[in-house]
Design a protein around this ligand. Structure first.
Ligand SMILES: Cc1cc2nc3c(=O)[nH]c(=O)nc-3n(C[C@H](O)[C@H](O)[C@H](O)COP(=O)(O)OP(=O)(O)OC[C@H]3O[C@@H](n4cnc5c(N)ncnc54)[C@H](O)[C@@H]3O)c2cc1C
Ligand code: FES
Length: 278
């Protein structure tokens, strides 16, 4: 987009309810030129605004090879997100982006990939799964470990059967607890319980992690204990944002701007930063 501050109108084409507080919005830019020029890489985010309310950053969660539309999976937590949840198909959102440093897809080519996600943290990793499915021969073994609070809090459950059909792809699931009456045939426990059965080994593997900071803390600790190097573990960080393009300092942690230098960082990069983020 020519001026990175200028948002463009995008129409909501489809809304899918994922969980009790989270929906996926399929959006399409109204301006054909903007639509044609728009391209994102897995892990990047858009600033999404509601006129008269405000704007907030959201990971782009759709297939990066899809040119007609893009998607955001949004949890209702406050002003902007609750307003977005009230919108209907045909309503307009104002979108600028894509911004930020993506997942290391190029570095991962020819290597194995281990993805570890918690809750909403699967949203920025879904485009990686699409990318792998579209370019399967470019990567080695792929393993996804995903944990959520309950089975009802898992994102993209209806897509998981398709994911399991991807060649040399393992999906392992766990939940913190199973409410009465809910069927569940996978593990129970925090996501690190899946380390006990994972196939991934440090050699020739790129690791991508996203979830609540407390979850990322224990995941990274467990991976380092298993011999994964700090520079082969990539994390996606969240901070309050305003400009989204490295100008205002809202998202600053030490010397890093999460919007511009991240949101994806190696653990080696974030470990020395102040306020002990992971
Ligand atoms: C790079 C990046 C990518 C993101 N991707 C996504 C995404 O894909 N989907 C998504 O739903 N969100 C995502 N977020 C978080 C999202 O930007 C915030 O949830 C949003 O800014 C909240 O705005 P609001 O106006 O609705 O809430 P506010 O009115 O600003 O906040 C209301 C209340 O919610 C709390 N709150 C705000 N944000 C969060 C949060 N993230 N988690 C829990 N409580 C919160 C506040 O502390 C406050 O108490 C991302 C953030 C970043 C930085
Ligand atoms: S949000 Fe303004 S510098 Fe990052």
């Amino acid at each position: 987009m020519a001026n990175p501050y200028v948002p463009h109108p995008a129409v909501i084409k489809e809304i899918k309810t994922e969980t009790r507080d989270t929906k996926t919005f399929r959006l399409e830019f109204l301006d054909e030129n903007v639509k044609k020029a728009y391209q994102f890489k897995p892990g990047q985010f858009n600033m999404v605004g509601v006129f008269g309310v405000g704007e907030a950053p959201f990971s782009i969660t759709s297939n990066p090879d899809e040119k007609e539309y893009f998607e955001h999976t949004i949890r209702a937590v406050g002003n902007v997100t609750n307003t977005i949840h009230k919108l209907k198909e045909g309503d307009i959102l104002w979108v600028r982006g894509p911004y930020g440093r993506p997942w290391p897809i190029e570095e991962a080519k020819g290597k194995n990939i281990l993805i570890v996600a918690g809750g909403l943290g699967l949203a920025p990793l879904r485009p990686v799964i699409y990318y792998i499915a579209n370019h399967r021969d470019e990567f080695g073994h792929v393993e996804v470990l995903y944990g959520a609070r309950t089975p009802l809090d898992m994102l993209y459950r209806s897509e998981m059967d398709e994911w399991r059909k991807i060649k040399d792809f393992t999906l392992r699931l766990t939940v913190d607890m199973v409410p009465e009456g809910v069927e569940w045939e996978h593990r129970v426990g925090v996501v690190t319980v899946l380390f006990e059965e994972m196939d991934s080994r440090p050699e020739n593997t790129v690791v991508m992690v996203c979830g609540p900071e407390i979850m990322m803390h224990f995941v990274v600790k467990g991976l380092v204990e298993r011999g994964f190097a700090k520079n082969q573990i990539y994390l996606s960080m969240e901070r309050r944002m305003h400009c989204g393009i490295g100008k205002c300092g809202h998202c600053q942690i030490g010397s890093k701007f999460v919007c511009r230098d991240g949101p994806v960082f190696t653990f080696e990069e974030v470990e020395p930063l102040p306020d002990k983020i992971v």
